[in-house]
Design a protein around this ligand. Structure first.
Ligand code: 5GP
Length: 253
């Protein structure tokens, strides 16, 4: 089989040219990074879990009419997506204070916000993805006013969908990050949810116990990341047939 052309290698995924023009194969790696790649590890099985979870969320969004880049899952590690031009923004939606917002504003982690708050960060690793305002976005031409209206609406629809899906399995959606891509259909452009939606890019807390089931487990050394992501996958019914081995031996009677 001919070697595929690699288009881009990121921290958690590698992108290859897809089989048809306008398509891309997204390969989910086991690499985990945090704090702008200052902390790194390889977490066996993470790529498989994120591939399945991202498929689950993107398909669900598609079913309620939220456009995404997702086309189909190809295998346990890869999915076929529409090629799009990524808007250089991280769009963050927060329902409860946590992480950088808690630090920046001195609000206790877990405090419910009066309403979902949407923030934008400029995607630039060298600068540490700084928080920016709509003024910066307009002035530097990263997105138009119409784009910003569409991005806000997409972000809030994703938030409603994800909050509901998570609530149904006893998980609180604290916050999440999405990326938005432009796809061109002839002369028309439209915006779609791109990249991935997975526990790598969300904060997910068990409603009963407050246990963290997301990448903070890795960032803050709270235990096994595979166990946390497997728990999310198990509750949603998307556990792979050969799940990653649990981190500890299990006694069987
Ligand atoms: P914070 O700004 O509190 O660090 O992050 C807010 C939310 O966005 C968290 O759910 C976090 O996982 C996600 N997030 C922020 N920046 C990144 C990033 O560069 N990569 C990923 N995967 N998620 C991010």
């Amino acid at each position: 089989m001919a070697r595929r052309k690699k288009i881009y290698e990121g921290k958690a995924k590698t992108l290859y040219e897809g089989p048809e023009p306008g398509t891309i194969v997204q390969y989910f790696k086991d690499d985990a990074t945090a704090f702008n790649a200052e902390k790194k590890d390889v977490i066996e099985g993470k790529g498989v879990l994120n591939n399945l979870l991202s498929e689950y969320f993107m398909k669900g969004l598609g079913q309620i009419g939220v456009p995404t880049h997702f086309l189909k899952r190809l295998n346990m590690r890869e999915q076929l997506v529409r090629s799009c031009e990524i808007i250089p923004l991280e769009v963050i939606v927060r329902n409860y204070a946590a992480g950088s917002m808690s630090k920046r504003l001195g609000i206790d982690e877990g405090t419910q916000l009066p309403r979902p708050i949407v923030e934008y960060c400029y995607k630039d690793d060298a600068l540490g993805d700084p928080l920016v305002t709509e003024e910066h976005i307009a002035a530097f031409g990263w997105a138009s006013q119409q784009d910003m209206d569409d991005i806000l609406s997409l972000a809030l629809r994703v938030n409603d969908f994800m909050s509901g899906v998570m609530l149904a399995v006893g998980i609180q959606l604290v916050d999440f990050k999405i990326e938005i891509g432009r796809v061109y259909d002839g002369d028309f452009q439209r915006l779609v949810v791109a990249d991935e939606i997975s526990p790598d890019s969300c904060r997910l807390w068990d409603i009963e116990t407050g246990q963290k089931l997301d990448k903070d487990v890795f960032r803050r050394d709270l235990g096994s990341l595979t166990d946390a992501y497997s728990e999310v996958a198990r509750r949603l019914g998307v556990m792979p047939n050969n799940p990653p081995a649990p981190s500890k031996p299990t006694l069987v009677n």
